[in-house]
Design a binder for this molecule. Sequence first.
Ligand SMILES: NC(=O)c1ccc[n+]([C@@H]2O[C@H](COP(=O)([O-])OP(=O)(O)OC[C@H]3O[C@@H](n4cnc5c(N)ncnc54)[C@H](OP(=O)(O)O)[C@@H]3O)[C@@H](O)[C@H]2O)c1
Length: 294
Amino acid sequence: MTAEIISGTQVAAEIRAELKEKTAKLKADKGVVPGLVILRVGEDPASVSYVKGKEKACDEVGIYQETIVYPDDVDEKTVLDKLVELNNDPKYHGILVQLPLPKHISEDKVIDIIDPRKDVDGFHPVNVGKLLIGNPYFMPCTPAGIQQLLVRSGNDPAGKHVVICGRSNIVGKPILAIMLQKKDGANATVTMVHTGTKDTASVTRQADILIAAVGRPKVITADMVKEGVVVIDVGVNRVPDDTKKSGFRLVGDTDFEAIKEKAKAITPVPGGVGPMTITMLMWNTVNAAESASA
Ligand SMILES: NC(=O)c1ccc[n+]([C@@H]2O[C@H](COP(=O)([O-])OP(=O)(O)OC[C@H]3O[C@@H](n4cnc5c(N)ncnc54)[C@H](OP(=O)(O)O)[C@@H]3O)[C@@H](O)[C@H]2O)c1
């Protein structure tokens, strides 16, 4: 068996086209333009680049967007006060603070102060709790993107055994909460493995759908999965590669080449989960504008 490749680039383009139509309709019917404000602190090159990607995506789907940039040494109070101001600014339906923040600014305080109805990253404790209950204002972007990849590639998780590798707050735990809801696009039997799991392979071999979010290159090998598995590889790991100008290449958490000979379907790295994350941020922002204008 050679696996079907689930292209996140393709699914993301499909969703962005739908969002573009939605924003045009919101504007025509209600005079509402979805607004996203991004707050960035410092000049960390990765953060600068992520924010640029988000700005570009906003332009593409018709979201009004502004980025507020503070220097590295900005004090915590200035940032918190600004967020209170943005909570009350009707131009913005979504607020995103680019993480990580410098050590002297508490990420917890920053996340807590954002209005949960504008928390398009889905990281506010209210949204985390509501996600577990099954009625969040927003789902966090990477896990929400994984659900869309599964459903839109014809691999509905309903009734399947989904095994999640990794229990982080941004990927593992929220995708667990999403997959086990008694809802369309979910309703799976879910198991999670982590570094405390004994005999991980005996669990991963039971997976109909395996979601790898461990952040270690190729730790999920072909002998750890069964024939016909569907694999979503969230990992983004740099490994040295002399043939590249940069000196490295990106690989996932799974051994893609070997597993694709055994799997029914698999996401590539890059071009799998990655393009979905920013797209779901756009999705959340457009939905926030729709809810605010309902
Ligand atoms: N494409 C995207 O948009 C996107 C978004 C987010 C993250 N990512 C990537 O996804 C990966 C995971 O990110 P994250 O933030 O979830 O990582 P993280 O916070 O480092 O968490 C990794 C999790 O994996 C578990 N783990 C580590 N080694 C393991 C092993 N051998 N077997 C089973 N579990 C193991 C850890 O267990 P313990 O809890 O026991 O330590 C931890 O729960 C990273 O490569 C990251 O770059 C990609």
